[in-house]
Design a protein around this ligand. Structure first.
Ligand code: KG4
Ligand code: ZN
Length: 354
């Protein structure tokens, strides 16, 4: 057993894949993290405007860097590496974090460590006091992805199922728009659904009536559209929001239980922006527990995009860092299955990895 108080190799990480600028430092424990959300900037357009996102990352990244280094009591020369989200994401936005990270790395002769955004989401629960042991089934539910993954170790991922059309977060956002809610739709819809009455609308649980672990959410959005004329009042719109949320939660629960059944695993990790949803957290917890399985979530703040999860993965993958001036690489698309396993489980990660 390693000495948990002995921390090593601080890794600085930058996250700029979409509409959050975030910086963190991890050295076996989370030293500091800070974030600026661009929600207000994009709100008037009803969604993320990529060019505005890139420009705002440029404005925000240096002050956040200064803040995080200050809070950790470190200088750039104390660092063991600089990690950055290399994809998937908006290419211009990714370039801002990547180029900034590359600049710091080059100036101080540090290794530059590319991090896969979805791997960062997947491992985010390892930042918590009670980290999941391997193997586990991971449900990754974000704005761009809905994935069920068989996770046997860090970097050892097999895709079990995915959405054939809209990602869950995307379905939340589009449905919220139909209901007349502002961006970002997911949390707004969840808030509206709180006052919704049960059973006023009945929506389908897509693809649960046939075997398999893939998802489809675009039909659910269409079902909401079809029901809209029956939801004229605010009260009825809340009922419809609740019916949508319940349909999504039920569908995800059914597929997660199926994935646990198929793998024989007893641990389920749920991560990505939509894992902040309280009805989803409660639903999965209840269903998994009834089956004798344990569920692991990141804390609420680390469900959505943040740099703490990027720093964690950057620290775990620090041996893969490169010092070459040409090391910078970003990718709009990047399948999780292309990642390579990390040799040996990093022993001094926060909490014990069992
Ligand atoms: O992981 P994330 O921050 O960014 C991506 O990598 O995509 O996920 C953002 C997504 C958005 O679609 C947002 O509406 C959704 O997560 N989301 C939620 C909630 N909080 C964020 N969806 C439902 N309920 C929430 N409480
Ligand atoms: Zn994300």
């Amino acid at each position: 057993m390693s000495d948990r108080t002995q921390k090593t190799a601080p890794v600085l990480a930058l996250e700029t894949s979409c509409d959050e600028t975030a910086v963190a430092i991890y050295d076996g424990a989370l030293r500091a993290h800070a974030l600026h959300s661009q929600v207000a900037l994009h709100a008037e357009y009803g969604g993320v405007v990529p060019e505005l996102a890139s420009r705002d990352h440029v404005r925000r990244v240096a002050p956040l860097l200064r803040q995080v280094l200050g809070e950790a009591g470190l200088n750039t020369q104390d660092l063991a590496g600089v990690a950055y989200t290399a994809g998937p994401g908006l290419i211009g936005a990714l370039m801002v974090g990547g180029a900034t990270a590359a600049g710091i790395a080059l100036a101080h002769g540090l290794p530059l460590i590319p991090v896969h955004h979805m791997e960062a989401h997947l491992l985010a629960p390892m930042l918590e006091d009670r980290p999941p042991g391997f193997p586990f089934v991971a449900l990754l539910v974000s704005g761009g992805h809905t994935l069920l993954v068989d996770v046997r170790g860090v970097g050892d991922y097999r895709l079990l199922g995915e959405s054939l059309d809209d990602a869950v977060g995307e379905a939340f956002d589009k449905t919220a728009k139909l209901l007349g809610l502002p961006y970002p739709g997911g949390p707004e819809l969840a808030r509206l659904a709180e006052s919704g009455r049960e059973g006023r609308f009945r929506l389908p649980r897509p693809m649960t009536d046939r075997p398999g672990l893939d998802f489809s959410f675009s039909g659910l959005k269409t079902a909401v559209l079809t029901s809209l004329p029956k939801a004229a009042s605010n009260e009825e719109r809340a009922d419809l929001a609740r019916a949508f949320e319940e349909a999504v939660v039920d569908t995800l629960c059914i597929k997660c239980l199926r994935a646990l059944e198929a793998t024989g695993y007893e641990r389920l990790v749920v991560s990505g922006g939509v894992s902040a949803n309280l009805r989803l957290r409660a639903g999965l917890q209840g269903k998994a527990r009834a089956r004798g399985a344990e569920v692991f979530f990141p804390r609420q703040a680390f469900c959505t995009d943040n740099a703490a999860m990027v720093a964690l993965v950057g620290w775990m993958r620090r041996a893969e860092g490169r010092r070459a001036a040409t090391a910078l690489e970003v990718r709009a698309r990047w399948p999780l299955s292309e990642l390579r396993p990390v040799d040996g489980i990093p022993e001094s990660a926060e909490g014990a990895i069992t």
